[in-house]
Design a binder for this molecule. Structure first.
Ligand code: UD2
Length: 305
């Protein structure tokens, strides 16, 4: 049989009435070589053309999974919700069960976006806060509570995403894993000594200059519900210890996330395709932009500076 494009055929074989699965043969010799697609601890780093999306989505489809997805929009950040949700409906886990949990201080400002049949949205009201840093860090405690006991029983995986983002390409089952980190779009080609980890030993987020694997973004992370519970609980606890000592890590919860992922290695890493700088910025290794930050004027959109 000649296949003009990669396709999955799930049919009854004529010979023995067993089901067969047909798709392009994988190769051990031919594949993408311009980027590294595995970590030193053998976790995949996901880039376009290192996997077959049709095949992966097909495999996970059999498992009837649900993916919780959290997003926070407080203060003026509610303005990002429309683009975020509309673009997610176009590209994010299309055909899979997704339950968005949207945390906001203004439920009345949540736009009415038409969701596909498999996707649902729950809006949860949270108190307003005065400092954007507290909003950003406070997410860890709210996510800890959510993942501990407040999710639907059938939830398998969860992703936690920044709201000032927009999808431009498919984000599917290739991103699923036990503990998933996303490589930060600004630092992926930096030496570890230049990563903006917290360098003050007094902080719980401290990472010595000679340590570090990658610099991960806090704008997107995920995994199984149990793993994300452990991650968010630890980060919340570490932030509280710092607060009691009047220390705030350089990049807030992102610094604590980086500390956690250094000593609790992610089982899968997503390349900067999965959280890019801006749709108009291009770099040769990033051949597809799936989710990107949108431009924002921090001074105008934040409550404080
Ligand atoms: C970086 C991180 C972000 C977070 C922050 C902490 C990247 C790409 N992003 O982004 O994840 O770690 O640094 O320093 O690494 N929010 C509101 N209302 C506000 C302020 C924030 O809802 O008034 C929420 C919202 O979901 C937003 C998130 O908090 O997406 C992070 O805030 P940010 O996007 O302003 O942080 P930023 O761009 O410095």
């Amino acid at each position: 049989m000649v296949m003009s494009k990669i396709e999955i055929l799930y049919t009854k074989a004529e010979s023995n009435s067993e089901f067969v699965l047909l798709y392009k043969q994988p190769s051990v010799l031919v594949g993408r070589t311009d980027v590294v697609s595995v970590t030193p601890w053998l976790a995949p780093i996901v880039w376009v053309k290192t996997f077959d999306p049709t095949l992966i989505n097909f495999i996970y489809k059999q498992q009837n999974i649900t993916i919780a997805t959290t997003v926070f929009a407080l203060g003026k950040y509610t303005r990002f919700l429309k683009d975020f949700l509309e673009s997610a409906e176009q590209y994010y886990f299309v055909g899979f069960r997704v339950h968005y949990y949207l945390f906001t201080d203004q439920p009345e400002a949540v736009p009415d976006v038409k969701l596909s049949e498999e996707h649902q949205l729950t809006v949860r009201k949270v108190p307003s806060m005065d400092r954007w840093q507290d909003i950003s860090m406070g997410r860890m405690g709210i996510l800890e509570k959510l993942t501990k006991s407040e999710l639907d029983n059938d939830t398998d995986y969860i992703f936690c995403l920044d709201v000032d983002t927009k999808f431009y390409g498919p984000w599917g089952a290739e991103t699923l894993g036990r503990l998933v980190g996303v490589i930060h779009p600004w630092f992926y080609d930096y030496k570890r000594t230049k990563f903006q980890y917290e360098r003050r030993p007094e902080s719980q987020a401290f990472i010595p200059v000679e340590e570090g694997d990658y610099y991960y973004t806090a704008a997107a992370f995920g995994g199984t519900v149990q793993e994300v519970y452990k991650l968010t609980k630890t980060c919340r606890e570490q932030q509280s210890i710092d607060a009691a000592k009047s220390i705030e890590a350089i990049w807030h919860e992102e610094s604590h996330l980086n500390k956690y992922l250094l000593y609790n290695k992610p089982s899968k890493l997503l390349s900067p395709e999965y959280l890019w700088r801006h749709i108009d910025i291009r770099r040769k290794h990033v051949k597809m932009i799936r989710l990107s930050h949108v431009a924002k004027n921090n001074a105008e959109v934040r409550l404080n500076n």
